[in-house]
Design a protein around this ligand. Structure first.
Ligand SMILES: [Fe+2]
Length: 107
């Protein structure tokens, strides 16, 4: 079969497939985190996001296959640990500084 796409395009698609798979992997990790906290709607939303990323992967895979390109997936990094998904309160500088409108009006 003739290769109908350039080597550069195939390389770029392979790179993008890696990003899509990595995103899917991370979304599953986030979904599992929320599922473990019984936050089912949040978990469902992130599971759906993960599925969408895999749908993109499959579109790229079929495209490369149909054009005679070569799929070469790169190794996926591990998803970030669950605790790192949450920022420390110090990451939010406005915490502790917020005043209610009534407090703001007192002199
Ligand atoms: Fe994506």
């Amino acid at each position: 079969m003739n290769i109908l796409i350039s080597k550069e395009l195939a390389t770029a698609i392979n790179e993008q497939v890696g990003h899509e798979l990595q995103a899917s992997h991370q979304y599953v990790n986030i979904a599992a985190y929320f599922d473990g906290l019984a936050l089912k709607k949040l978990a469902k939303m992130f599971f759906k996001q993960s599925e969408e990323e895999r749908e993109y992967v499959m579109k790229f895979v079929h495209y490369v296959s149909e054009t005679g390109g070569v799929l070469q997936f790169r190794p996926l990094p591990l998803p970030k640990p669950r605790l790192s998904l949450l920022k420390k309160p110090s990451s939010y500088p406005w915490i502790g500084k917020w005043k209610s409108p009534a407090e703001s009006m007192t002199l």
